[in-house]
Design a protein around this ligand. Structure first.
Ligand code: HEC
Ligand code: HEC
Length: 448
């Protein structure tokens, strides 16, 4: 049995109150609302807290820079390859703005490092719709009136939830030997001092900080965070599905049926983790409850790290993440990704084990009914079920629908239903323009 039982519907987080306003605004927003951008920082999960720079970790700066000013410099940093040791790699190299800030190619993991040849160990996630990721907690309780249900570990950044927030997260790629490969924060600070936008930074942060590499680095990561909290770029809610929710367009018959199968607890049951519904408060869904779960993704034998048969990437219990080391119940758990813009990706799951979206849905459908299709075999030809997780942890693997079937059973979805689910997921790609709108007749949104 899985250690944590997930309730069927985890529709919203308490931090959503401001997001509710923005989604309502969108629903009632009239003709501009298809392109409407939600109110700035208000939808951020950090909105209710003091800004990070007010903590004692940050030296005070003369002109308290506004979120907007910092975000503008953060954007320049995000696209600046001179911040890497090779001089060739920016954040945007892996997190491509043309691919919802996910990987620009079909490589399962990207190459980085000083010479640009070192292989990463995990697939690059999209950076969109992360504004509501809660801080990691081992026991998450919904704010839906029933606080007796423990939804289990939830939140945090990266596939394993190990980074507390987006500015702490930025340290990792800037310093990782197989990513931007700077030797130290001081090396990054030296690059910031030479950057084309150094005068802007100096104006915002003052001369003092420029003599304090550690602080310059920290403020740099805050600027990156503020950029990644820019609604127009990072949570535009401009997909066909959003237009549908605003009653501005229709889904095709196939897309609608795909949505039904996606939601159906007897079929895909996808929405139990990848939330698809607008909440009663009018909050648009981000297609993840950000829970950490073990779904038994097959070992990716093509990854260099996996050539070592003793190595397992076990997500929350390590080895990359270290604070839950030795806590067996966390082994194999990875954070549920948002499915918004998923059709723009060419690699799927934390280890990039899949290159085809339809195949991913087949995996969900037949993981239990036909495990031989997905997992390696031992020397006697016996299927090693969940072949990327040491045996003693397989009880962590989630067994709820669509995984509640036995070997040889009929799978819960038909091939046609799987194609429909994929068609539905394609409606989650941002940047949708309704053909009717393009023809000049703008339909106004109806209030629900
Ligand atoms: C070499 C490719 C590469 C580069 C360059 C890179 N990243 Fe990433 N990024 C990744 C990978 C891979 C992950 C997932 C890491 C993990 O789960 O351990 C990730 C994860 C993230 C996450 C967490 C997303 C989530 O779902 O919680 C954020 C935020 C992020 N990167 C921002 C940045 C920023 C900002 C930069 C530039 C300073 C950057 N990245 C540079 C590959 C890259
Ligand atoms: C029990 C919770 C749960 C259910 C149910 C679930 N997922 Fe997931 N989904 C996850 C988790 C956790 C991951 C990440 C797993 C990993 O990488 O190890 C994931 C990853 C994915 C990915 C890869 C996205 C990416 O960016 O790489 C896709 C696509 C996906 N799910 C689609 C679906 C569909 C379609 C269904 C229904 C048939 C579904 N999921 C049901 C939890 C769930």
């Amino acid at each position: 049995m899985p250690r944590f039982t997930k309730p069927q519907s985890r529709l919203f987080f308490p931090v959503f109150s401001c997001a509710a306003l923005l989604a309502l605004g969108a629903l009632y927003g009239g003709k501009d609302s298809l392109a409407a951008t939600p109110a700035a920082r208000s939808a951020s999960a950090t909105a209710k807290k003091e800004p990070a720079w007010k903590s004692s970790d940050y030296a005070p700066v003369k002109n308290q820079p506004s979120y907007k000013e910092l975000a503008a410099v953060g954007k320049l940093m995000f696209f600046d390859p001179s911040l890497s040791a090779s001089g060739k790699m920016a954040c945007a190299t892996c997190h491509s703005p043309d691919h919802a800030f996910g990987p620009p190619n079909n490589l399962q993991v990207q190459l980085g490092g000083r010479d640009g040849k070192l292989e990463g160990t995990r697939a690059v996630p999209s950076l969109r719709y992360l504004q509501t990721v809660p801080v990691f907690t081992e026991h998450f309780y919904d704010d839906d009136g029933d606080d007796s249900v423990d939804a289990g570990p939830t939140g945090g950044h990266n596939w394993d939830g190990r980074a507390r927030n987006v500015h702490e997260q930025a340290r990792i790629p800037l310093l990782a030997v197989n990513e931007m490969a700077n030797a130290s924060p001081a090396e990054v600070a030296a690059k910031l001092q030479k950057a084309a936008y150094a005068p802007q930074l100096r104006k915002l942060l003052g001369d003092e900080i420029f003599n304090n590499p550690d602080q310059l680095f920290k403020w740099g990561t805050l600027a990156l965070e503020d950029y990644q909290d820019t609604p127009a770029d990072f949570y535009p809610y401009s997909s066909k599905y959003d237009a549908f929710l605003r009653h501005q367009t229709q889904l095709t018959k196939q897309e609608l049926h795909g949505l039904e199968v996606f939601n159906d607890e007897e079929k895909g049951n996808c929405a139990s983790c990848h939330i698809s519904a607008v909440t009663p408060e009018g909050i648009f869904p981000n297609f993840s409850d950000f829970g950490l779960l073990a779904i038994g993704v097959p070992r990716n034998m093509k990854l260099a790290i996996n050539q070592n048969s003793k190595f397992n990437d076990m997500g929350a219990c390590g080895p990359d993440r270290t604070d839950l080391k030795g806590r067996g119940e966390f082994c194999g758990l990875f954070r549920t990704p948002s499915l918004r813009n998923v059709a723009t990706r060419k690699v799927f799951f934390h280890n990039g084990a899949f290159n085809d979206l339809e195949k991913v849905v087949h995996f969900y459908n037949e993981r239990e009914t036909n495990p031989g299709k997905w997992y390696a075999k031992d020397s006697h030809g016996k299927v090693i079920k969940y072949d990327d997780l040491p045996k003693q942890y397989v009880e962590n693997i989630n067994m709820e629908a669509p995984f509640n079937h036995k070997r040889g059973d009929k799978p819960p979805m038909t091939d046609a239903e799987i194609r429909d689910v994929v068609a539905f997921m394609k409606t989650l790609t941002d940047g949708y323009t309704d053909p009717i709108q393009q023809g000049g007749k703008i339909r106004t949104a109806k209030a629900q």
